[in-house]
Design a protein around this ligand. Structure first.
Ligand code: IVH
Length: 700
């Protein structure tokens, strides 16, 4: 994740006038953000502005504006009416490995040069800070951060927040601090409730959290999630030793044991490390996890783990000196929704896609984003011309979270929702949230065939779109399985088809019969399985028969399928049975080369034992391998798909990103950041030629 060290550069301020202008702009955004929960600046732009302001202030300490947002916690707004016993602080930010190192050295200096006893690393949860007061184990009050000194009483939400039980497992008197946030489902439910009551949907999850906490007289209740990251003993109970002397890591575990929501027992759990290298690895690991999470993170937090170190390092007026946030590149940006395109997928699913003013999100220019389905558009109350928040974390497809209603001008237009299938003009099946053409797969017959013969699937040369259209329109084929029974004479009936090209096509189709199972399976276009999932399925089961025999439980064993996808695949395979039968009858290969059946738990028989041995003798057995750059030597011309297949056949697992879990990197010509990262992490790196040498005998 090289993106992690992409520092957000400061806005360069040339003179005092520019500085005061920047202060005014940041103030306005901060007031809006902490007030209505909705700001016209996205996080990254705001952070850059604030960095410019602090840089200028560092150089001109005599001219700091009294109302500069740098001077106050939560930019000095929204004081509520409940005093905090201990100020709720903010965190300083670092944006790169170097900045983190500089910060760690500054902590050490504060300890008089002594080493920090250990660093706790945990996610920076992107929600709203909340203090929950428990008296003798019972939840009595909830208070927002406010300006850090006083917050707002939001006790009316007691009972709505998962992770804040009404009673703890022990009768302790403590104040727990943490973040309230929404999972994707909670956000969808909150928007559905809100729009059903005639209000506009929330622009993003954090707005939804903040708005839902503070709304007092709502006719409905919104579910949220709380995750704790700190706790204090009540001032009246300071002799109570319940939290005394705990390291931060132990404290979080203790809070979990009391029944509070924490990240303990999840891959995001707070962990402690001795060295900065380990800290940086964990920060990267948390960054890599971000894409697959149900909650939003905007960084990792690094804290001196030991309470003695925390006290020695001390606390400034706004932030503690013993903790800081390593910010990830902003995953959210604001841009304008220009149009909505409706496409019909291979399986007849009708999907809306947002066309946006191009915007850079975490290093990638985003022009399109998914809008899921028509119900989702309605729930979010989106309109053309809206300023929308676009979200992208890691590798996931960018999506539109919602509209910033405060930026509407009145010129926004409603989004046209199709009445008929945008591809075939037929009816639409609206029985589920995800609309489908009433003709299902038949609507996308030609697209399905094109998908089946494309490079990542059967890779049939010379079978372009024009030929497919003619074959279908003349009634010569109904699906791609019919290709395998086409005759030379039938091909001659096509426009501009001579004997030679017909021969070539027949030969190419014949070759496709020998493709490995993963290609054949991929060609089926089963919902939710692309080329890499097809490879995993083929490598797991070894034969089409075994895949067809598998039930949802067996399919869910395949890495990445899980309990939601598995039944869909079973149903899809049942629908595709006639095509699969035709393929078998035509003599298409139905097995995976190099497949070794997994040993059963009691590997007693000789066959199983030798199969197990054969598997562990494969040259890449158990290794996670990343391929980067252009392949050379015997592997020149191999596509990434082919490299992935090759690695799987040699017992390894191909991955697209380098992490601490990578065992081997194959770096071809012009290998870039992945190669650099592998070297930085000390991962073994070899050339394509060296890989070919290791795989001698396994090259297909
Ligand atoms: S510790 C004295 N830990 O980030 C330490 N804060 O930008 C103060 N946040 O106000 C906070 N995850 O709302 C801490 N693991 C974490 C956090 C976290 C999210 C929030 C919190 C804080 C803000 C500062």
């Amino acid at each position: 994740m090289t993106q992690l060290s992409a520092a957000a550069p400061a806005v360069g301020l040339v003179d005092e006038a520019a500085y005061l202008e920047a202060v005014a702009q940041a103030r306005k955004a901060a007031d809006a953000y902490y007030g209505s929960g909705e700001s016209g600046l996205d996080d990254e732009t705001y952070d850059r502005l604030l960095r410019g302001i602090t840089a200028w202030e560092d150089a001109h300490p005599g001219q700091i504006a009294a109302d500069s947002p740098s001077q106050q916690v939560a930019a000095g707004v929204t004081a509520g009416d409940v005093a905090h016993t201990v100020a709720m602080l903010s965190l300083g930010n670092v944006f790169s490995d170097e900045e983190l190192t500089t910060w760690a050295i500054s902590v050490q200096r504060r300890l008089g040069g002594a080493s920090v006893a250990g660093w706790a690393v945990e996610p920076k949860l992107d929600g709203v800070a909340l203090a929950a007061r428990y008296r003798e184990g019972r939840l009595v009050q909830l208070v927002t951060r406010g300006d850090g000194t006083t917050g707002e009483d939001v006790s009316h939400t007691i009972g709505d927040i998962i992770g804040l039980p009404l009673t703890l497992t022990e009768p302790v008197t403590i104040e727990v601090r943490g973040e309230v946030l929404m999972t994707e489902d909670q956000f969808a439910a909150a928007n559905a409730l809100r729009t059903a009551h005639g209000a506009t949907a929330f622009a993003n999850r954090r707005n939804a959290s903040s708005g839902s906490l503070r709304a007092k007289d709502r006719a409905y209740r919104v579910g949220q999630t709380f995750l704790a990251y700190a706790a204090l003993t009540d001032p009246g109970h300071t002799d109570d030793p319940i939290l005394a002397g705990l390291t931060h890591t132990r404290l979080v575990a203790r809070l979990a044991a009391l029944g509070l929501g924490t990240t303990a027992d999840t891959p995001l759990a707070t962990r402690s490390y001795a060295t900065l290298d380990e800290v940086l690895d964990r920060v990267r690991e948390i960054g890599a996890l971000r894409a697959g999470l149900d909650i939003e993170l905007d960084g990792a937090v690094i804290k001196a783990d030991n309470p003695a170190d925390q006290i020695l390092a001390g606390t400034g007026s706004r932030t503690p000196h013993w903790a800081t946030a390593f910010k990830f590149p902003a995953a959210q940006k604001i841009t304008v929704l220009r149009a909505v395109q409706w496409s019909v997928g291979r399986t007849g699913v009708i999907a809306p896609r947002a066309v946006l003013d191009p915007v850079d999100v975490a290093g990638t220019t985003i022009t399109y984003a998914t809008l899921h389905n028509p119900a989702d558009i309605a729930r979010r109350g989106l309109m053309l011309g809206d300023h929308v928040i676009v979200y992208r974390a890691g590798d996931v497809i960018p999506r539109v979270e919602g509209a910033v209603a405060g930026l509407r001008t009145g010129t926004e237009q409603p989004i046209d929702i199709p009445e008929l299938c945008p591809r075939c003009g037929g009816g639409i099946d609206r029985s589920q949230e995800r609309w489908r053409c009433a003709r299902g797969r038949a609507c996308g017959q030609k697209e399905a065939i094109r998908y089946a013969v494309a490079r990542d699937a059967l890779d049939i040369d010379g079978l372009g779109e024009k030929i497919i259209v003619q074959l279908v329109d003349k009634g010569l084929i109904e699906d791609f399985a019919d290709l395998f029974t086409l005759t030379h004479d039938q091909l001659l009936t096509l426009d501009r088809s001579g004997a030679k090209s017909a021969d070539n096509l027949i030969a190419a189709i014949e070759t496709a019969k020998t493709k490995p199972l993963n290609r054949v399976f991929c060609a089926l276009g089963v919902l939710g399985t692309g080329r890499s999932m097809s490879l995993r399925i083929a490598a797991h089961f070894g034969s089409m028969q075994a895949i067809r025999d598998a039930d949802a439980v067996a399919l869910a064993q395949v890495n990445g399928i899980g309990n939601d996808k598995a039944p869909v695949i079973v149903q899809e395979l049942a629908e595709l049975a006639p095509i699969i039968d035709k393929l078998i009858a035509a003599g298409v290969n139905m097995s995976q080369p190099g497949f070794v059946p997994p040993a059963s738990t009691d590997a007693e028989t000789d066959a199983e034992t030798s199969a197990q041995n054969a598997k562990s003798e494969l040259p890449l057995a158990g290794l996670t391998v990343v391929v980067t750059g252009t392949m050379t030597g015997p592997l020149a011309d191999r596509s990434r798909t082919e490299m992935t297949e090759l690695i799987a056949q040699a017992g390894g697992r191909a991955s697209s990103s380098v992490s601490a879990r990578t065992h081997l990197v194959v770096a071809g010509d012009n290998a870039g950041s992945k190669h650099d990262k592998a070297q930085a992490l000390g991962i073994e790196t070899i050339t394509p030629e060296e890989l070919a040498h290791r795989l001698a005998g396994h090259l297909t």
